[in-house]
Design a protein around this ligand. Structure first.
Ligand code: HEC
Ligand code: HEC
Ligand code: HEC
Ligand code: HEC
Length: 197
C-alpha cells in the first residue's frame, strides 16, 4: 500500500468520525437513570398524567373523549403509529420507545420528553452537584420547556392529533398556564441543589 492510499483511508476515516459526531443525537437513558439522583421529582412525576399518558390509548379508557374525536373507544391504539409518538418517550429514537414489549419503561411522557435525551447531559449533572449553566447543558441536548414553548408544542401543537382546539376549546394550549399546572408533570422544588441522592 503506498502513502496515497494511506492518506485516502485516514481522510475518509476522519470524515466518517466528524460526520457521525455531528449527526449523533444523544441517547435516551430512561426515567430510572434520572431518578437515581432526582428522587423527589421522580416520585411526583410517577403519579402524574404525563407518566400515565400511554394507558389512555388502551381500549375502554377515556371513552367519551375518544367518541368526541370520532375514535373507536373499544379499539387498542397502543400500536397505532399515528398515536404513540406523543404518548411515549423518544419514539423511534436511540434508546427510546419501540414497543410496549421491548421498551415498557419508555411508555408514557417521561423526563426526557421535556428535558431532552439524557445520554450526554447526565455527565454534566453528575460532575456539578451544585448546579451548572444552561449554556453548558443546551449543547449536550438538554431542553428547557420553561424558556421554549416548542418543547411542549412538540405534542401540544396537536399536529396529527385527534384532540385539538378545533374539536373543543378545552384543548387550546396555553403555555404559561400549563407550566403552572406542575402536578401534571412534577412539583418543582424551590431553589438550587435540593436534589437528593
Ligand atoms: C448523577 C446524578 C444525576 C443524574 C443521573 C441526573 N441528574 Fe439532573 N441534576 C443533577 C444535579 C447535581 C443537578 C444540579 C443541582 C440541582 O439543580 O439540583 C441537576 C440538575 C437538573 C435539572 C435542572 C437544570 C438547571 O439548569 O437548573 C434538570 C431539569 C435535571 N437535572 C434533569 C435530569 C434528567 C431529566 C435526568 C435524566 C435524563 C437527570 N437530570 C439525570 C444530578 C443528576
Ligand atoms: C401530536 C401529538 C399527539 C398525537 C399524534 C396524538 N395525541 Fe393524544 N393527546 C395529545 C395531547 C397533547 C393530549 C392532551 C390533551 C390536550 O391536547 O390538551 C392528548 C390527549 C389524548 C386523550 C385524552 C383526551 C381527553 O380529553 O381526555 C386521548 C384519549 C388521546 N390523546 C388519544 C389519542 C389517540 C387514540 C391518538 C391516535 C389516533 C392520539 N391521541 C394521537 C397529543 C397527541
Ligand atoms: C411534561 C414535561 C416534564 C416532564 C415529563 C418532566 N419535567 Fe422536569 N421540569 C419541567 C419543566 C418545564 C421544568 C422547569 C425547568 C425547565 O424548563 O426545564 C422542570 C424542572 C425540573 C428540574 C429542576 C427543578 C426542580 O424540580 O428542582 C428537575 C431536577 C427536573 N425537572 C427533573 C425531572 C425528572 C427527573 C423527570 C422525570 C421523572 C421530569 N423532570 C419530568 C417539565 C417536565
Ligand atoms: C411527548 C408529548 C408531550 C410533551 C413533550 C408534553 N406533553 Fe403535556 N400532555 C401530553 C399528553 C399525551 C397529555 C394527556 C394526558 C392525559 O390526558 O391524561 C398531556 C397533558 C398535559 C396537561 C393536562 C394535564 C391534566 O392532568 O389534565 C398539561 C397541563 C400539560 N400536558 C402541560 C405540558 C407542558 C407545560 C409541557 C412542556 C413543558 C408538556 N405538557 C409537554 C403530552 C406531552
Amino acid at each position: 500500500m503506498n502513502r496515497w492510499h494511506l492518506l485516502n483511508i485516514s481522510l475518509s476515516l476522519l470524515f466518517l468520525l466528524i460526520s457521525q459526531s455531528l449527526l449523533a443525537q444523544p441517547k435516551f437513558i430512561g426515567n430510572e437513570k434520572c431518578a437515581s439522583c432526582h428522587k423527589v421529582d421522580f416520585a411526583s412525576w410517577e403519579v402524574s398524567s404525563h407518566a400515565k399518558a400511554f394507558n389512555i390509548l388502551k381500549p375502554g379508557k377515556r371513552k367519551a373523549a375518544k367518541k368526541l374525536a370520532d375514535l373507536d373507544p373499544n379499539k387498542d391504539y397502543t400500536r397505532d403509529k399515528k398515536c404513540i409518538k406523543c404518548h411515549v418517550t423518544g419514539y423511534k429514537k436511540k434508546g427510546g420507545f419501540k414497543s410496549i414489549e421491548k421498551t415498557p419503561k419508555m411508555a408514557g411522557v417521561g423526563c426526557e420528553s421535556c428535558h431532552g435525551p439524557g445520554g450526554e447531559y447526565k455527565d454534566l449533572h453528575e460532575d456539578n452537584p451544585y448546579g451548572f449553566e444552561k449554556s453548558a447543558a443546551e449543547p449536550l441536548g438538554q431542553l428547557y420547556g420553561e424558556d421554549d414553548e416548542a418543547v411542549c408544542k412538540a405534542c401540544h401543537g396537536h399536529e396529527g392529533a385527534p384532540h385539538h382546539e378545533g374539536l373543543d376549546q378545552k384543548y387550546q394550549f396555553n403555555w404559561q398556564a400549563a407550566l403552572k399546572q406542575q402536578e401534571s408533570y412534577h412539583i418543582k422544588k424551590s431553589g438550587k441543589s435540593q436534589f437528593s441522592f
